[in-house]
Design a protein around this ligand. Sequence first.
Ligand code: GDP
Ligand code: IMO
Ligand code: MG
Length: 439
Amino acid sequence: MADRSNVVVVGAQWGDEAKGKLVDYLALNATMVVRYGGGNNAGHTVTANGIEYKFHLIPAGILNPDTVCIVSDGVVVDPGVMLKEINGLVARGVSVANLRLSSSAHVILPYHRMLDDLQEAKRGAGKIGTTGRGIGPAYADKAARIGIRLGEFVDPSRFEPRLRAVVAEKNEVFKVYGAEPINADEILAEYSVYASALKPFVADTSLLVYNAASAGTGVIFEGAQGTLLDIDLGTYPFVTSSHPIAGGACIGTGIGPTLIDSVIGVAKGYTTRVGSGVFPTELLDERGDYIRERGHEYGTTTGRPRRCGWLDSVILRYAVRINGLTALSLGHLDVLTGMESVQIGVAYTDADGNLVKDMPADLVNRPEFTPVYETLAGWCEDVSGARTLEELPENAHAYIRRVEELSGVPVVSVSVGPGREQTILVEDRMQSVLQRRPR
Ligand code: GDP
Ligand code: IMO
Ligand code: MG
């Protein structure tokens, strides 16, 4: 038990890579799963025993009854959504006895959601395409040091005065937007009910995570969003407001980097993106539609159609660099079935025809960058029933090998469908990921 590794699971693209599926799987070998950032902009799907679960705030490890599930300091919590998610799980017979919410996590309140909408409307054609969940405004309040944290939220004597002060300030802001003022009494009435329901779950989670991570009993850090949506290292300004990257696992939980043993990047065999912003390998033709329909590429959170395109290894190598990936989990190979050929973006060319192999820091300002593709033979076999690498068609094998070469990182698991069992493990490699580094 004491030699299990602490593993960060991070999105290697623009989110929705199937992090939830991998976390649910890894939770079987861990005593704790920690969501370290973002809020209910995330939607993590797990299909276990034929039943589909969609998590927005609660870690995907909750389906394993022995796993302690933590929503840590770096997360922004919408109390109504959290309560709904808790009640939904309980109604389906899933225990939440092991759920703990950090007293330092910031709370999303109605004025955050309203501001998210007002700001997006003001941006007009330059809108980010946010999820409208109040994420950006909640993180902005945290940075401005006027945010309300869960510890305060569940203490009525502290919540009421803080809320009244912030609402007074927000009403001044709403005037600028020409919007109606909000009423602190109404918020108090609704949110006090949420506060008393959530209070039993609130704890000093930083200590809990540290104790588990240093004891070697296995902690999975569940990333939300993806590398390219990181506020600093993503395709700014078309990003979220938190740190989805692996480093966010330390910032968002309060453990030091030396406690992390492995970082698994999750990627699809192609690329998707929801919302606006640069996407060099996007397919705007029938091949993009083919991927969208076969992969059911519609958002878990907002239902929006996802933009689809080829795998971009420039971005993958960037994810390797930024997150220190030690392994890759490559998924959705079943979706590519039926394509005559598949392409991988291996570099870009600039306006002068120069080859650009490394992700430029300002990709967002380089619309002239054109992907250079490598074309591989496709496969027509249904791969959704494959449970070993040997059961995959040779062309799918070749595709995986090429992804490994281009990224420089070994693939430790391959996903061929949404189901828990539709996972191919590269056993020896996964074992080394799950083994603690010598200290
Ligand atoms: P996350 O946000 O990274 O956890 O990913 P999402 O849950 O938002 O999106 C991934 C979607 O793909 C979900 O609907 C999963 O059920 C589904 N999925 C996961 N792995 C596979 C796979 O290998 N093949 C297919 N076809 N679907 C998958
Ligand atoms: P998971 O964890 C995909 C995107 C939004 C938008 C941008 C900013 O399921 O992978 P925000 O509401 O965060 O201010 O929106 O970020 N976005 C996601 N896209 N998956 C997610 O989470 C996302 N979370 C945010 O679509 O482009
Ligand atoms: Mg998602």
